[in-house]
Design a protein around this ligand. Structure first.
Ligand code: MTE
Ligand code: MO
Length: 323
């Protein structure tokens, strides 16, 4: 159960549904009526505001063959105002309001663990390691909503090669920035900080796994994980750690924030799977953020629609057990 740290009366998690609603009491009370109103407002704003790319944040990109062809991206407004980034608060609109405080420059990513030698990559060098690609991906949150996001980045595998992991590296861990003075949610939200996630080495090396620096052709807005995050399109959104400062190669399956929080609910793998329900809701359908009302619900796709590319990674594994 997740509660506001200072709350003397925890709300039993069995009484509620959406995950954001059990992050604190304010969110719990607001979740019903206000949640719906906020969403309607988002949608309206998404329609009214043109996609704006400011010149100083624009990135030079090339097209990627791994980009989804027939999907309409969610509006820039919705991608940047309906976020999960608990370091900035438990509500969907908290990151847009609070993430501006995070200082994303200077920034570096430290690589350690099972590697030839420890390395530190400055963000500018990291961005120049490979040409930046436009990749439109489906994005599915464990809370049963979805978006289509035009990310900018290159395959994480390209970076991993530069890290020179040893043969004992079986998993890779991503650790997000932990800076309470700039991230008010760290005091407010009861999670094990720093936020951390992990992948098996073959998952991390899969070409679809994206080291991400931007979206809509510009640098990542802070609320979406600036200056660098991971995106794993066939897994629930929480596997895609934001604002990472450390990449650690390890021998054993690492602990991860949500898995440690609620191991029966959030598995290490967390592949999108319509046949494995969340402990509190079904995963069969998903709500499409910003879609017209007659297209708001759609069926969840196995591996979020990336089965042809990734199913072989899990051959012989019981996906009900390794959820
Ligand atoms: N550091 C960090 N990374 C995070 C989260 C978080 O709270 N902190 N939330 C995760 C969840 S639950 C989701 S759905 C996605 C949301 O990414 P988006 O807001 O860019 O759509 O980020 C993931 N990465
Ligand atoms: Mo999520």
């Amino acid at each position: 159960m997740l509660i506001r740290k200072s709350d003397p009366n925890p709300i039993p998690s069995s009484e509620i549904t959406p995950r954001s609603a059990y992050m604190n009491r304010r969110a719990f009370i607001a979740a019903g009526a206000l949640g719906a109103a906020a969403l309607a407002a988002d949608r309206l704003a998404g329609v009214m505001r043109p996609e704006q790319v400011q010149a100083d944040t624009k990135l030079a990109t090339i097209q990627s063959p791994l980009s989804a062809k027939d999907l309409t991206p969610t509006s820039f407004y919705n991608i940047t105002h309906y976020n999960n980034f608990y370091e900035f608060g438990p509500n969907k609109d908290d990151p847009a309001r609070n993430a501006g405080k995070l200082q994303t420059s200077p920034w570096s990513v430290t690589v350690e663990g099972e590697v030839k030698k420890k390395k530190v990559f400055d963000i500018d060098a990291l961005m120049k390691l490979r040409p930046l690609e436009d990749r439109v991906y489906r994005f599915r949150c464990v809370e049963a909503w979805s978006m289509v996001i035009p990310w900018v980045g290159y395959s994480l595998s390209e970076f991993i090669k530069q890290c020179e992991p040893t043969s004992s590296a079986k998993y890779v861990q991503f650790i997000s920035v932990d800076r309470p003075s700039q991230e008010p949610g760290i005091e407010e939200v009861n999670l094990n900080w720093p936020y951390s996630e992990g992948l098996r080495m073959d998952e991390a090396m899969h070409p679809l796994t994206l080291l991400t620096f931007g979206l809509y052709g510009q640098v990542l807005p802070n609320q979406d994980g600036a200056p660098v995050r991971v995106v794993v399109p066939w897994k629930y959104g929480f596997k895609s750690a934001k604002s990472i400062v450390k990449v650690k190669f390890v021998k054993d399956q690492p602990g991860t924030t949500w898995n440690e929080m609620a191991p029966n609910t959030y598995g290490f793998y967390s592949n999108v799977n319509p046949n494995v329900d969340h402990t509190e809701w079904s995963q069969k359908m998903q709500r499409v953020i910003g879609a017209p009302f007659w297209k708001q619900l759609e069926p969840t796709l196995m591996f979020n629609g990336y089965g042809d590319q990734v199913a072989s990674l899990y051959k012989g594994m019981d996906l009900n057990k390794y959820f």
